[in-house]
Design a protein around this ligand. Structure first.
Ligand code: 13P
Length: 249
């Protein structure tokens, strides 16, 4: 049985006071929910978030990580540092990182490895652009993104990892993939892993991300291969995020 996971990706949003209000509310109301709930604030707020969620069921994640373990890499943050601040999860290969910061499939695979080496659970983000979907390439694009990790690290790497399917055209647009569209891709991701190891595939959590809202979460999470969500905008509004967590319950 896969435990549902709802992770809030705050992206580059937040401020000390706002974070405090948001996390106190979420932490207070998260007890009693069966799903796992993670928050991924920007790096400077990790320490604040770590102390605010202490003793609550919430867990911490980060939004990106360096592919290097230490050294002269100005502006970068190592996986071991994230682990020191209590992170359990780290996103790798978010589409914004791929599109805006040039992260290739190969770099994403190295980041995935760096995260696991530090004891973190990587959340591998995959997904196609609108033009890729319109030209019928969705399956091939997602398979290629997943293959980069499987090829480098083997299927065992998926034993302690999460995959997040985030169609780029659904991120921050208000346009959500239909439950059937999402389920089709989630099933394909699981099948790709199952070819290598059916047990690992059966235990792999695959999240959906892209304009998840209180109104559509329940139907998305009701699909057999959707094991929770990676939430952007709605993760910044306590009521919305909590409603989405309840939908995963
Ligand atoms: P939105 O929920 O704002 O569409 O963002 C999704 C996302 O990119 C989460 O990583």
């Amino acid at each position: 049985m896969r435990r549902m996971l709802v992770a809030g990706n705050w992206k580059m949003h937040g401020a000390l006071h706002q974070n405090s209000e948001l996390l106190k509310r979420i932490a207070a109301e998260a007890s009693g929910l069966l799903c796992e709930i993670a928050v991924c604030p920007p790096y400077p707020y990790l320490a604040q978030a770590q102390s605010l969620i202490e003793g609550s069921p919430l867990v911490l994640g980060a939004q990106s990580v360096s592919e290097h373990s230490s050294g002269a890499f100005t502006g970068e943050v190592a996986a071991s540092m994230l682990a020191e601040f209590g992170c359990r999860y780290v996103l790798v290969g978010h589409s914004e990182r791929r599109a805006l910061y040039g992260e290739t499939d190969a770099v994403v695979a190295v980041k995935f490895e760096a995260a696991q080496n530090a004891g973190l659970v990587p959340v591998l983000c995959v997904g196609e652009t609108l033009s890729e979907r319109e030209s019928g390439e969705t399956g091939a694009v997602v398979a290629r993104q997943l293959s980069a990790v499987l090829g480098r690290l083997g299927v065992v790497a998926m034993r302690s990892a999460v995959v997040a399917y985030e169609p780029v055209w659904a991120i921050g647009t208000g346009v959500t993939a239909s439950p059937a569209q999402a389920q089709e891709v989630h099933a394909a991701i699981r099948a790709q892993v199952a070819v290598l190891d059916s047990g690992i595939a059966a235990g792999l959590r695959i999240l959906y991300g892209g304009s998840v809202k209180p109104q559509n979460a329940k139907e998305l999470f009701g699909q057999s291969d959707i094991d929770g969500g990676l939430i952007g905008g709605a993760a910044l509004v306590a009521d919305d995020f909590l409603t989405i967590c309840q939908a995963a319950n």
